[in-house]
Design a protein around this ligand. Structure first.
Ligand code: HT7
Ligand code: ZN
Length: 884
């Protein structure tokens, strides 16, 4: 396996200007004919033509119509005597879609053909310069059996279609936009479409289509509505219109990720597309809206302006995640609903990206090297990348950011560019701004891995009526990066009196007060900021809205956190204060080894949140949910997953007992009447009712109560939507209630024909809090269930990832059985689908922090995987980094 380095980037030796592809589609052996117009890149020295290709059978190679000699060099087809003048290259090869279990390149799923070309899947279709800086205009002719594949789709516009002999037919597509090969797509199958015509602001008409299998059509309404909302939003917020006459989305059930933004022909995992109230939860509806938006937004940020090379991946992914997060917030509505979105995004960042940033696979937002690019579609590239884009906006303001994006498109439309080009556009559009004056230092966010730690300490001088806030920063060493330079950290903040009143801020040296909120810019290892005219000792509210992806130690006491929880005008920091109060108690119990005893002050504060007359249900649910076990593990030096689980379980039981009456009231008060809609208010109520129900069922054995488990079962049976049904089922199953097994059986019986719901059934069982090894035993048993298969990524994820990633106490066993199971599953998956295998392999990223005996047992399991001779590059890279 070769290490690819960013510093070795070289422009391509040839350009491919046009491609005419002909596909004679056959599941066993598809014939591909590619006719391309090539041109030497005059900026690069003379050299051979090297084309990428994988798992292909080459039949002929012609240059200007003449057969030409070529050689194979690893996965490259090399033509040593390529002409200097422009020339036509014709290639003919076959591939085997039916045998392609990697779901990368051209493959079949449910009897239809699909492609996945990002990042390097096009080379599994035909030989090509399969790199994002080679952009060509594609014309695609598809030929296939008409009865089996009545629908034939590719990027762009349909030029012609018609009949062929022997029951076959054809369709010819042309995409006028030059694009890199990773955005190519084709679909052929027996599909039906929901259609909608829309008119954009410029008065142009567009056809929107969502293609799915016949029985799924009624589950596409939400996706279509989300697409329309995305189109409207991108025009309104960023002035970016839909540029295609036809925009198609196609659903497929075998897919490695959520969705793919192929130009004009997005391909979606059905889990990110299909929803009905009976089969999808509120969370599913929200996820679909955000993924539909994400892929649509890529049409500008990714497709119109793409990446020069894969090291720049965050250029499109970080920016597009930022855009979809902004969209979700705008769709949510008022300030509180926006804060709920932000809290959820930050919770995800902390539970997934922070561990990545301190683990074996830590890498900068713009990595320096990789072996397998598929391993770098990470939460660092996506979610941390989005936080970096958010900081640009924080530093230049919303209007400044919009101006920067406008300049970015003016400069780079139709080009393949770098993160530096993006930074330059935002900075150049905002001369003199807090960003532009420190751009080089800001760009360390792209080059330094690891999560910076920020410490904040305040000192109040009553005599001078001044408050000095000292901020300092340091970033921990990460693999290959022992020393770090200070970063540019925007700290949005305010000051409150101990009674909870917002204080007016007046920075020393400034002529006038600056309102109640301000963004301080920390750029040195340590900086002090002096506020004057401060009438009383304040409580600082720092990093409002999570203004930078850092770990903050503000040294606040419980009393100060309580002030913030009750009074902060920033809803994010209210939530954060509650989380900190919980975390402090959990960590104290873990450090002392003593049993956790939740105190009245804490329980009273949580009760006050639950009873609060003004707070939204969605916010209450987030505030009353304890920090996750994975996040807690990040706060301690040596991780004992069983001890963490025991403390969290104890905290939950105490909250269930102490607030019982309040949970009952919350459950009753948050019933949603009438028809189902996934709007933020209704889904917030359902979330809180579900949390309350789970608490009441958890508390039932101690309270000798059979009423609430019975009510949960009844609700499970009668629920009018999946959110309520699954919530009730989870309450029973997670509390190990007697009725749990019969509810699970009933659920499976009801939904056995709906794969996405069966996934939920597996996932729920993989996440059951461990009790005497029963969860682990059940998961092992479920791998033998008739519905289980490793071939479908959704199914593999639903069971295996639930256990290994999201259920630490069931997975990390003293007898090492969890690790043995993990090693077996990684190896089995690797033979089928390396991308998914490598995601599962990453579960062990943080093994070095584990306590005895888990650490040594984990190491043994990792070594067992490493010992396998023919591992994929994907898994080999992850395992080698874990062992480094
Ligand atoms: N740009 C896409 C990333 C992607 C992908 C999607 C599906 C299957 C395999 C894939 N490899 C990379 C998805 C996105 O970020 O929108
Ligand atoms: Zn994306």
């Amino acid at each position: 396996a070769t290490l690819i380095r960013r510093e070795d980037y070289q422009a391509p030796a040839f350009w491919i200007r046009t491609v005419d592809l002909t596909f004679d589609l056959d599941p066993a052996k598809t014939l591909v004919t590619a006719k391309m117009a090539l041109e030497r890149n005059s900026a690069v020295a003379h050299g051979p033509l090297r084309l990428h290709g994988e798992a292909l059978n080459v039949l002929r190679v012609l240059i200007n119509g003449e057969s030409v000699s070529f050689r194979q060099d690893g996965n490259e087809l090399v033509i040593d005597n390529a002409p200097d003048a422009d020339f036509a290259l014709e290639l003919r090869n076959t591939c085997a879609p039916d045998k392609n279990t990697t779901l990368n390149g051209l493959y079949t799923s449910g009897g239809s053909f699909f492609t996945q070309c990002e990042a390097e899947g096009f080379r599994r279709i035909t030989y090509f310069l399969d790199r994002p800086d080679v952009m060509a205009v594609y014309t695609v002719l598809l030929r296939a059996d008409k009865a089996k594949y009545p629908v034939l789709l590719s990027n762009g516009n349909l030029l012609e279609s018609g009949e062929l002999p022997n029951g076959r037919h054809f369709a010819k597509w042309h995409d006028p936009f030059p694009k890199p090969s990773y955005l190519f797509a084709l679909v052929a199958g027996d599909l039906v479409a929901r259609e909608q015509r829309v008119r954009t602001r410029a008065g142009k008409d567009h056809l929107l289509q969502v293609y799915v299998r016949r029985g799924d059509l009624e589950k596409t309404e939400h996706a279509m509505n989300s697409l329309i909302a995305s189109i409207v939003w991108d025009e309104a917020r960023f002035n970016l219109p839909l540029d295609l006459e036809r925009f198609m989305i196609v659903g497929v059930s075998d897919f490695n990720m959520g969705a793919m933004e192929n130009k004009g022909l997005n391909i979606f995992n059905t889990s990110a597309l299909l929803a009905s109230p009976a089969t999808a939860t509120d969370a599913d509806f929200g996820r679909i809206e955000s993924i539909v938006a994400h892929e649509y937004f890529h049409n500008w940020t990714g497709n119109r302006v793409t990446c020069r090379d894969w090291f720049q991946l965050s250029l499109k992914e970080g920016l597009t995640v930022f855009r979809d997060q902004e969209f979700s917030m705008d769709m949510a509505g008022g300030a509180s609903a926006r804060a709920v979105c932000r809290i959820q995004d930050v919770r995800n960042l902390r539970s997934a990206q922070f561990p990545e940033d301190s683990g074996a696979m830590a890498h900068p937002v713009r990595p320096d090297s990789y072996v397998e690019i598929n391993n770098f579609y990470t939460t660092t590239i996506y979610e941390k990348g989005s936080e970096v884009v958010r900081m640009y906006q924080t530093l230049v303001g919303r209007a400044g950011f919009e101006a920067g994006l406008k300049l970015y498109f003016e400069r780079h439309d139709g080009q393949a560019v770098t993160c530096d080009d993006f930074a330059a556009a935002i900075a150049d559009a905002n001369p003199g701004s807090a960003l532009t004056t420190r751009l080089d230092a800001f760009k360390r966010w792209y080059s330094q891995a690891g999560t910076p730690h920020v410490q904040a300490r305040g000192a109040y001088d009553a005599a001078a009526q001044s408050y000095t806030l000292t901020l300092s920063q340091h970033s921990p060493a990460t693999p290959g990066q022992p020393d770090k330079l200070p970063q540019v950290i925007p700290v949005a903040m305010g000051l409150l009196s101990h009674e909870g009143q917002a204080l007016t801020l007046h920075l020393q040296g400034e002529a006038a007060a600056i309102g109640a909120e301000h963004v301080l810019v920390l750029e040195q290892p340590e900086q002090s900021f002096v506020f004057i005219n401060v009438a009383c000792a304040p409580v600082p509210s720092l990093l409002r809205g999570f203004s930078a992806p850092v770990i903050l130690d503000d040294g606040l006491s419980d009393a100060e956190l309580l002030v913030l929880l009750q009074h902060d005008s920033d809803a994010f920091n209210r939530w954060e204060a509650g989380q900190r109060l919980s975390l402090n108690r959990i960590l104290a119990a873990l450090r002392s080894g003593a049993a956790l005893q939740l105190d009245d002050a804490y329980l009273g504060a949580m009760r006050a949140v639950l009873r609060h007359p003004q707070l939204d249900a969605a916010f209450k649910e987030l505030a009353l949910t304890l920090p996750g076990e994975g996040y807690i593990a990040e706060q301690v030096e040596i991780v004992d997953p069983q001890a963490i689980h025991a403390v969290v379980e104890s905290a939950q039981k105490q909250m269930a007992a102490a607030l019982r009456e309040d949970w009952i009231a919350a459950f009753e008060a948050n019933q949603v009447m009438g028809g189902y809609t996934p709007d933020p208010v209704s889904s917030g109520k359902r979330a809180l009712a579900n949390l309350a129900l789970s608490m009441l069922v958890l508390e039932a054995p101690r309270a000798q109560d059979s009423v609430w488990p019975g009510r949960a079962y009844q609700r499970f049976k009668d629920a009018g939507n999946m959110t309520d049904r699954l919530g009730a089922l989870a309450a029973l199953v997670n509390a190990h209630a007697e009725l749990a097994d019969s509810a699970l059986d009933r659920f499976h019986e009801l939904f056995k024909d709906d794969p996405l719901v069966v996934d939920k059934w597996f996932a729920l069982q993989g996440r059951v809090p461990e009790q005497d090894g029963k969860t682990f035993a059940r998961v092992k048993q479920l791998t033998k269930h008739a519905d289980f298969t490793l071939k479908n990524p959704n199914r593999a994820r639903s069971l295996l990832f639930s256990l290994c990633m999201y259920n630490p106490a069931a997975f990390h066993r003293a007898d090492a059985a969890g690790y043995v199971f993990w090693a077996e599953q990684v190896l089995a998956l690797d033979a089928i689908n390396p991308q998914i295998a490598s995601r599962l392999a990453r579960v062990m990223d943080r093994w070095t922090t584990l306590a005895t005996p888990y650490r040594s047992a984990a190491l043994e399991a990792i070594r067992r995987v490493a010992a396998k001779a023919d591992l994929s590059n994907d898994v080999r890279e992850v395992i080698s980094r874990a062992l480094a």
